[in-house]
Design a protein. Structure first.
Ligand code: UDP
Length: 254
């Protein structure tokens, strides 16, 4: 078997060269979440669930006209994506106070925001992903003003759509992070949604109990976190009610 060329490896994903020109393979790993001690810990089956959840959400978004990098899911842990030029800006949309917003401004977690708030962070692990403004993005050429406009309007559209989609299955979309890329289509350069949308990049709280169904849960215990990711998949109708995902990502009826 010929070995694929590994292009990039991050905490949660590996990117390999794709099968056709202009494509890449995105492989979802299990590790990467921080546990209670701050160490990187493994949630078994997480990669399999994130692959399925991200595929599901990106497909639904494409159906309403939001362009994404996803071509198709290939198998339990991999998806074929279009090769895009990643814009080095992480866009965070918030509906409810949580995480760094609560800490930074001393606000109470769980407070509903009077309107959705969009924040930008510079994509640099070295610098710890500092918060930036639109001015930095255009002044330093990380995105053109028109591209930034597209990113903002897409992020708000994604927020409206996903808030409704999750609300319908009893989940509050508290906040989430998006990444965008540039894609050449013929002569035209388009901004498309990239990376992933999963419980690793969203805060998801149960509508009735406020129970955490996202990576914040990993800070408590690994088995609880695995259950939460499965619960999100089950509610989205991706896993049949009785399915469990085993250590190797195989899905079988319990
Ligand atoms: N987020 C992410 N990757 C990051 C930082 C944040 O996916 O590197 C997501 C996070 O899961 C949450 C939202 O962006 O849904 C806002 O995160 P926040 O700024 O509150 O930072 P955190 O408290 O997660 O460090």
């Amino acid at each position: 078997m010929s070995r694929r060329r590994r292009i990039y490896e991050g905490k949660a994903k590996v990117i390999y060269e794709g099968t056709e020109p202009g494509t890449l393979v995105q492989y979802f790993k299990d590790d990467s979440s921080h546990d209670a001690s701050g160490d990187i810990a493994t949630i078994t089956g997480k990669g399999v669930l994130n692959n399925r959840i991200s595929e599901h959400l990106m497909t639904r978004l494409a159906e309403i006209g939001v362009p994404t990098h996803l071509v198709r899911r290939l198998n339990m842990r991999e998806q074929l994506i279009r090769e895009v030029e990643i814009i080095p800006v992480q866009v965070v949309v918030r509906n409810i106070v949580a995480g760094s917003l609560a800490k930074r401004l001393g606000m109470e977690e769980g407070t509903a925001l009077p309107r959705s708030i969009v924040e930008y962070y510079y994509k640099s692990d070295e610098l710890g992903g500092p918060m930036i403004s639109e001015e930095h993005i255009t002044a330093f050429g990380w995105a053109m003003p028109q591209e930034l406009d597209d990113m903002l309007s897409m992020a708000l559209r994604v927020n409206d759509f996903l808030s409704g989609l999750f609300y319908g299955v009893g989940i509050r979309l508290v906040d989430f992070q998006l990444e965008f890329g540039r894609l050449w289509q013929g002569e035209e350069l388009r901004i498309v949604l990239a990376d992933e949308i999963s419980p690793d990049s969203c805060r998801l709280w149960d509508l009735e109990t406020d129970e955490r169904l996202d990576r914040d849960r990993a800070r408590l215990s690994m088995s609880e976190a695995a259950e939460a990711y499965q619960e999100v998949a089950r509610r989205l109708g991706i896993l049949p009610q009785s399915d469990v995902v085993d250590m190797h990502g195989r899905s079988h009826a319990s």
